[in-house]
Design a protein around this ligand. Structure first.
Ligand code: NCD
Length: 313
């Protein structure tokens, strides 16, 4: 059976543990994995802009000794001629062994998976989900805090359109002792389904607030996000909301000494450059972890993970 990663819950908690352990082992000894995917090809099908996700997938496959092919914009694919995602993936299945797809339409990678002869990885679908960013986030939290349970997580910014936020909440909701502080302007609160289908049924404590300053002292993790300009219906709203939260060294003084600040990047204005020097800033390390988790993920989906012994996290 072909395995895909479309939704953050496609892997069990135990499988995620195994994947993070493998990613940690890769981080310690990259050389050991340099030929694991020799002869394998990754196709990157990106119908939406990306820097980190696409390049980290490509770097990950190259680090494993494989090769990459693909396109970086919808304009340069046959989508402009009217080809469906279903047809595209049937064809790509003949050219590559695994594929990562980013698409502006929610559910497009799921649809692709139904027609695919190779594993499909959702590299972001519209404002919906971004499961590989979540793996990156989990690895960073685990490495910084030593655990994924008993944490107060503040998510700040565009909680409505930010797919990384939706996937991270969905994933962390499976661990014990998680509390969420959801910090956003009224208009950019998390979608209702996050509250009614994830948080409430599981009895997970959460608060929806507007003040970052007041929330700072209680947070173990602060997850900053950019306001998702491309998903706004009108520019005026974007301009009004884009600078609601700006994390500065003054605000960092309100945070715990062992807090970690994450951001999926790209950053626009929401974290000032001076914060980068604070040892609690974990976002560039997070981007680096993105390569390791994608290496671990592709090895797993290609059935090559068992061939190397994973160390512990
Ligand atoms: C995120 C995305 O594409 O959703 N970027 C990323 O993959 N690291 C976040 C964003 O674009 O704001």
């Amino acid at each position: 059976m072909i395995r895909h990663l479309i939704d953050p819950l496609d892997f069990s908690v135990e499988e995620i543990d195994g994947l993070l352990a493998l990613a940690a082992d890769i981080a310690q000894d990259r050389q050991k994995y340099a030929e694991v995917c020799h002869g394998k090809k990754l196709a990157t099908l990106f119908y939406e802009p990306s820097t980190r996700t696409r390049l980290s997938f490509e770097a990950a496959m190259l680090n494993l000794g494989g090769s990459v092919l693909g396109f970086a914009t919808a304009d340069s694919s046959s989508a402009t001629k009217g080809e469906s995602v279903a047809d595209t993936i049937r064809v790509i299945s003949c050219y590559a062994d695994i594929c990562a797809m980013r698409h502006p339409k929610e559910g497009a990678p799921l649809r692709a998976a139904r027609y695919s002869g190779i594993p499909v990885i959702n590299a972001g679908d519209g404002g919906h989900q971004h499961p590989t960013q979540t793996l990156t986030d989990l690895m960073t939290i685990r490495r910084r805090k030593g655990r994924l349970s008993d944490l107060t997580i503040g998510l700040c910014g565009d909680l409505k359109f930010g797919r990384t936020v939706h996937s991270l909440i969905k994933s962390l909701a499976r661990y014990e002792g998680i509390r969420f502080v959801l910090i956003s302007p009224e208009e950019l609160r998390v979608p209702d389904y996050v509250i009614h289908e994830i948080l409430t049924p599981k009895g997970i404590p959460y608060e929806e607030v507007t003040s970052l300053e007041e929330s700072m002292p209680k947070l173990d993790i602060l997850y900053m996000t950019r306001v998702q300009k491309e998903r706004f219906f009108n520019e005026e709203d974007y301009i009004r909301l884009k600078d609601t939260y700006i994390l500065t060294p003054e605000k960092m003084k309100l945070g715990k000494p062992d807090m970690a600040v994450l951001h999926p990047l790209p950053r626009v204005n929401e974290i000032t450059l001076e914060v980068d020097d604070d040892p609690r800033a974990a976002y560039f390390e997070q981007a680096q972890n993105g390569v390791y988790v994608r290496m671990a993920l592709m090895m797993t989906l290609l059935g090559l993970a068992g061939e190397k012994e994973a160390g512990s996290c």
